[in-house]
Design a protein around this ligand. Structure first.
Ligand code: AHM
Ligand code: MG
Length: 335
């Protein structure tokens, strides 16, 4: 029985049996993400010091030059999963193509591929605002022991076996699901351990927060404009509160706790939406649904979309189920 203050390591071991094809492999994979998260967290937390350290002529222990943090996070997550020989393939927002791991090694029996946005919202770093890492896990489709192919990555969100995010905020949290609800773990930085702090997280069925970049208002489809006007009308618990950090993980996290909806619609600037289906929208959609929320592209479930390419974009409306339903109503009545 999971309990508050349990460490993430203990939680993973205790819950291993509930994984569909339990062999310990998925547990090891989540463990490696936990490890990389701690390393990236350390680096993100000293972001403001980078120039000072740089000016003092310091280089890090490996003698590497300071890198941009999103590149650093990308390398850390890839290195950790590659070196521990835990996955057979990785796709990342920072890489044009997917990476096949140990494709020549017939002994490589790894079954999982990971898709990752190593540092989402990274433009917020310079101004000391929270950023996040988003990950999505699938079982490969092609046979084990052969090189992964694009087919292994272009799976519908409904096929995910795990997904989660790390939020580097006022505290650092790892929030994830393996299809049995959503649990949140907070890092105690003094000892480098994640503790279960938010067991069984749930979106309230409805909420009073809407999160959207309203600067793009005139470019939005009519259904979204109508919904925003609805949010602003005075009636019942409306007008709603507008909150937009511009960091998907942070906006999602707040809305899951308080009740609300995050929207990144299509617009004339981004006709397909801005966010990426495979490593931004699908993992957030899986988390949302596991937490009693919903995720839609405006017309239907995000996780039912058939992916066509690795870096595909889709519109995203994600959060408290009744609010997402309401956007869909506005969208369908405006076409
Ligand atoms: P990124 O992957 O380039 O960081 O972009 C994704 C981010 C989301 O975290 C955030 O919600 C959105 O882009 C903000 O976009 P905008 O500045 O257009 O509102
Ligand atoms: Mg991103």
């Amino acid at each position: 029985m999971s309990q508050k203050n349990q460490t993430l390591g203990e939680f993973i071991i205790e819950n291993q049996a509930e994984f569909k094809y339990s062999s310990g492999e998925l547990s090891r994979l989540i463990n490696s993400i936990r490890l990389a998260a701690k390393v990236v967290n350390h680096e993100v937390n000293k972001a403001g010091l980078v120039d000072i350290i740089g000016a003092a002529g310091d280089v890090n222990a490996q003698g590497e030059d300071q890198q941009k943090l999103d590149v650093y996070a990308n390398n850390k997550f890839i290195q950790t999963m590659t070196k521990r020989n835990i996955v057979c393939g990785i796709a990342s927002e920072e890489e044009d193509d997917f990476i096949s791991i140990n494709s020549q090694d017939e002994q490589n029996q790894n079954k999982y591929v990971v898709l990752i946005d190593p540092l989402d919202g990274s433009s917020n770093i310079d101004v000391n605002v929270s950023v996040g890492t988003i990950f999505s896990i699938y079982r490969r489709i092609t046979p084990v022991g052969t090189p992964v192919t694009i087919e292994d990555f272009l799976q519908k969100g409904d096929e995910q076996v795990g997904a989660g995010y790390i939020i580097y905020g006022t505290s650092t949290m790892l929030v994830y699901t393996t299809g049995h609800g959503v649990n949140g773990f907070t890092l105690n930085p003094a000892i480098g351990t994640f503790y279960l702090s938010h067991p069984e997280m749930h979106f309230p069925e409805t909420g009073t927060i809407y999160s959207v970049n309203e600067g793009n208002y005139i470019h939005f489809p009519q259904g979204v404009k109508d919904y925003i006007k609805y949010c602003q009308q005075e009636e019942g618990d409306r007008p709603y509160t507008s909150r937009y950090i511009g960091s998907l993980v942070s906006d999602f996290h707040r809305n899951m706790i308080k009740g609300g909806i995050y929207m990144y619609p299509q617009s004339s600037k981004y006709p397909q939406g801005k966010l990426r289906l495979l490593y931004e929208c699908n993992p957030m959609a899986f988390l949302a649904e596991q937490a009693n929320g919903a995720a839609s592209d405006g017309f239907g479930r995000v996780m039912e979309i058939e992916p066509k390419e690795l870096h595909q974009r889709v519109p995203l409306f994600c959060g408290s189920s009744k609010m997402v339903q309401m956007v869909e109503n506005f969208m369908s009545s405006s076409v």
